[in-house]
Design a binder for this molecule. Structure first.
Ligand code: GYE
Length: 319
């Protein structure tokens, strides 16, 4: 009897997966709203998600919002109308998602946050967050600076901060982690924080303005991403200073270009932020489709690369 049931069940499953109609059916239909293409990080993140979707036979509906929240909201609405199995998105800012996420919830479609978080009530409308611990990244950047100040015997340190997109999770948390950590050290003063929107062009503009205002009073530049750092460096050189020597440069992301410049000595420290979230995303989406529970927060492991280390062994970064 048991065997018969087993056989019948086996036939039913085979019949189902082998049927002509279901041959082209994807294992999972995932709608992903990417926020834009502002950086090497973001481009690497999009590529990784595409590659991991293909490797897991996930059919991916990918939409790029070109840095506009309203485009992300419209994309999520299209995913709902299309009845995807799972929705994932990287929210450009933390606020303003309550309505669209309520619509996803009412449609019974689970939502995964990738990379960035939402705040307030919207959080309860999502299943989990797969992304870096940005607060810890800020802490690691500041800890490097405290060690560097010790090793150089600095008595007073003037810092300028070039932040990422206002009200985004990495901007808020990288800043908080950094500020909380330097607060314990009376040598450290942040003389100004400016918003560079994670863009290279804005990084250059911000740096020009800061140099005009403060000149050689600037000891440290803490930049929230590589793109802005790479925009700022030529401005520092044009103003007659040597980045990495006259001014300490601290960046976040760890893309190939920044690591190469770190090796040249023009950046002192790069805190890693990996864009490779695609594998975890696919794994989590499959679990949600199967009705399984998932971890609320999934943080990847991250490193710090700096002039304190032998940097010759760093392999190709892939973004
Ligand atoms: O650091 C930056 C990108 O959200 C972690 O966004 C991401 C940040 C990353 O544009 O380069």
């Amino acid at each position: 009897m048991i065997c018969l049931i087993c056989m019948m069940a086996a036939l039913a499953v085979t019949g189902c997966s082998g049927g002509a109609d279901s041959q082209n059916e994807p294992k999972l239909l995932l709608g992903f709203s990417q926020l834009g293409s502002e950086s090497a990080w973001r481009i690497g993140n999009t590529r990784d998600i595409e590659e991991e979707a293909a490797a897991s036979e996930v059919s991916l509906m990918l939409e790029n919002a070109n840095q506009k929240q309203e485009n992300q909201i419209a994309a999520i609405r299209r995913f709902i109308a299309y009845k995807v199995d799972v929705i994932a998105f990287s929210p450009i800012v933390e606020e303003g998602w309550d309505n669209v996420l309520t619509e996803a919830k009412n449609a019974g479609i689970p939502v995964i946050l990738v990379d960035r978080d939402v705040s307030g009530a919207a959080k309860e409308l999502t299943t989990c967050l797969i992304g870096a611990d940005f607060y810890q990244e800020g802490v690691m950047a500041a800890e490097y600076l405290l060690r560097k100040a010790d090793s150089l015997g600095l008595e007073h340190v003037n810092i300028v901060e070039i932040t990422g997109t206002e009200d985004s999770t990495p901007m808020r948390q990288r800043q908080a982690g950094f500020m909380d950590t330097i607060a314990q050290d009376s040598r450290m003063t942040v003389i100004e924080s400016v918003n560079g929107d994670f863009l290279k062009s804005r990084g250059a503009e911000c740096m020009r303005e800061l140099l005009q205002k403060y000149g050689d009073r600037i000891d440290v530049i803490f930049s929230h991403n590589d793109e802005m750092t790479l925009g700022a460096l030529p401005e520092i050189e044009k103003a007659g200073y040597i980045p990495g020597k006259d001014m300490i440069i601290i960046s976040i992301d760890g893309g190939q270009e920044a690591i190469d410049v770190l090796k040249e000595g023009k950046i002192n420290c790069v805190v890693e932020c990996t864009p490779k979230l695609g594998h975890k995303l696919m794994e989590t989406a499959f679990k949600l489709k199967a009705g399984e529970s998932v971890d609320k927060v999934i943080h990847p492991e991250e490193l710090v690369f700096s002039d304190e280390q032998d940097l010759t062994g760093i392999g190709p970064r892939g973004y």
